[in-house]
Design a protein around this ligand. Structure first.
Ligand code: SAH
Ligand code: SF4
Ligand code: F3S
Length: 478
């Protein structure tokens, strides 16, 4: 099984360490935890909820794994490679555990949900296994594990949204933050493990989302990303104070508007949109508010209608392309990115060519590209044979990656000479003499600080003078 490139996204996102206030205050916390997150933004957002729950129980976060009493891995199951990474990390912790008596290791997230108590049996060093809907039970589970019991809770819920838990921002830049708006997924894409690891879709109380975004803005944050596996199907039924249904509800477009109205200085992003669910209402709302970023992640997965049907994506190639046209019509300057799976069951050369065609037509600014990885228990595993030879998967993936690299470069070159409003996120990775920020279209731009008093979180106008495939290079306009 090959999995070329697949975990680039995950490696990029890998957090490595965690931070929480008061971590060094012995009076505040009696124990330390270390948390490492893998997978999608939802997992990173969940780790912030976990940190909040643990803080309340007297556990402070540490960035130093060696001084931790508790180590948590928040895991991902999306591809085989993602799971291998976690297993490797667990064996690395083995030594530490031998050296430090009483240290506990916990596995959270999607892999915990998928493997359940098997984890404790297979990986002898795992003490705690907790699925994505059971984090509230962490304090009791830690307690049980401390007493030498098997501590497992992988119950999925139809209601849990952690709406009332105020996340502790981990490794935050103080400017951008994730806000979870829903959990689970009701789509049954045949290749995907998420509906099994995260359960049924449910939307979080709109008022609690708006309050969290407002609080972030009041604390100096300038950008929120509303998160869900399929944000466009957000649907929250409003209730009276007595808990009776009012008949009114909140759609994603309404939520987007409400968050955008908090302040014109608060940028709003969202992820992920399923092409079948993104409505004109959402597009018009995006066009109406300048602070709603002009960027849509619209995963196509494949350009072949036949493969899309086998994937159960519920749209055809033509339907998808019409959606891209609609986006460009309503929001002419919108950035679009995608996810692509290559080598799905029965994929032939002509299907692959269609994927390349869709990429060209859509002119993606960026894509996450992966070879298909069969996941146990998914519909595709039960129904179809993973029959595309590894060598073909690899070659097709290379072609897809090369196409995307060229499209990204062309997209950046089109921006040369244009000016953008940039939100400064911090120093550029390469030099403290340069700022790094993002355009509304989610493109990274670096530009010299010059001698102007600015700080991260400020907005500036920057003219693009040059670019690479991944980055725009610019100059501030005085
Ligand atoms: N909810 C999002 C996707 C979440 S999973 C959506 O519907 O678009 C993130 C990405 O992982 C998917 O878009 C897909 O491209 C990839 N992925 C999921 N399952 C996979 C598998 N079995 N093999 C390879 N890639 C997979
Ligand atoms: Fe997986 Fe499809 Fe749900 Fe995305 S929409 S999480 S790909 S089942
Ligand atoms: Fe991975 Fe679970 Fe996210 S499988 S991609 S961490 S929802």
């Amino acid at each position: 099984m090959i999995d070329l490139m697949t975990d680039k996204k995950h490696d990029e996102l890998r957090q490595g360490e965690a931070y929480a206030p008061f971590a060094n205050d012995p009076n505040h916390y009696h124990k330390r935890f270390y948390i490492e997150s893998y997978g999608c933004q939802m997992n990173f957002s969940d780790s912030e909820i976990v940190a909040s729950i643990l803080n309340k129980e007297g556990f402070g976060a540490t960035r130093n794994v060696e001084e931790a009493d508790l180590i948590f891995l928040n895991t991902c199951s999306i591809r085989e490679k993602a799971e291998q990474t976690v297993r490797k990390r667990l064996t690395e912790f083995k030594k530490l555990k031998q050296q430090k008596k009483g240290m506990l290791v916990g596995v959270l997230g999607c892999m915990a949900e998928r493997l359940k108590s098997k984890f404790i049996e297979e990986e002898k060093l795992v003490d705690i296994v907790v699925g994505p809907d059971a984090y509230r039970s962490l304090p009791e589970l830690v307690n049980e594990a401390e007493q030498g019991q098997k501590a497992v809770n992988v119950l999925l819920s139809r209601e849990e949204t952690y709406a009332d838990i105020s996340p502790v921002r981990l490794d935050s830049n103080g400017v951008t933050a994730f806000v979870s708006i829903m959990r689970g997924c009701n789509n049954m894409c045949t290749f995907c493990v998420v509906p099994f690891t995260r359960g049924r879709e449910r939307s979080r109380d709109a008022a609690s989302i708006i309050a969290e975004c407002k609080d972030l803005f009041d604390r100096g944050f300038k950008e929120v990303t509303l998160l869900g596996q399929n944000v466009d199907s957000y649907h929250y039924a409003l209730e009276t104070n007595e808990g009776e249904p009012t008949g009114s509800f909140f759609t994603f477009a309404m939520l987007l508007e409400a968050v955008a109205k908090i302040s014109p200085l608060l940028r709003v992003r969202f992820s992920t949109s399923h092409p079948k669910d993104i409505t004109d209402d959402v597009l018009h709302t995006m066009a109406k508010y300048e602070n709603i970023c002009k960027y849509i992640h619209l995963p196509v997965q494949s350009g072949s209608s036949r493969i899309l049907q086998l994937m159960n994506r519920t749209y055809t190639k033509e339907w998808y392309l019409a959606k891209v046209d609609r986006i460009r019509q309503i929001i002419p300057d919108c950035g679009i990115s995608s996810d692509i799976i290559t080598g799905f069951c029965t994929e032939e050369e002509k299907d692959h060519q269609e994927t390349l065609e869709v990429m060209e037509y859509s002119r993606y600014d960026m894509s996450y590209m992966c070879a298909y990885s069969e996941r146990p228990g998914t519909l595709a595993e039960r129904r179809y044979k993973d029959d595309v030879p590894d060598a073909d998967k690899k070659r097709r993936l290379t072609e897809i990656v090369e196409t995307q690299n060229r499209l990204s470069l062309e997209s950046n070159q089109r921006d040369i000479g244009k000016s953008f409003t940039i939100l400064i996120e911090g120093d550029s990775k390469k030099s403290a003499d340069d700022w790094m920020g993002r355009s509304s279209q989610n493109k990274v731009i670096v530009f010299p600080k010059e001698k102007i008093e600015l700080k991260k979180g400020d907005y500036v106008t920057v003219k693009v003078t040059d670019c690479t495939q991944a980055t725009l290079i610019g100059k501030m306009i005085q």
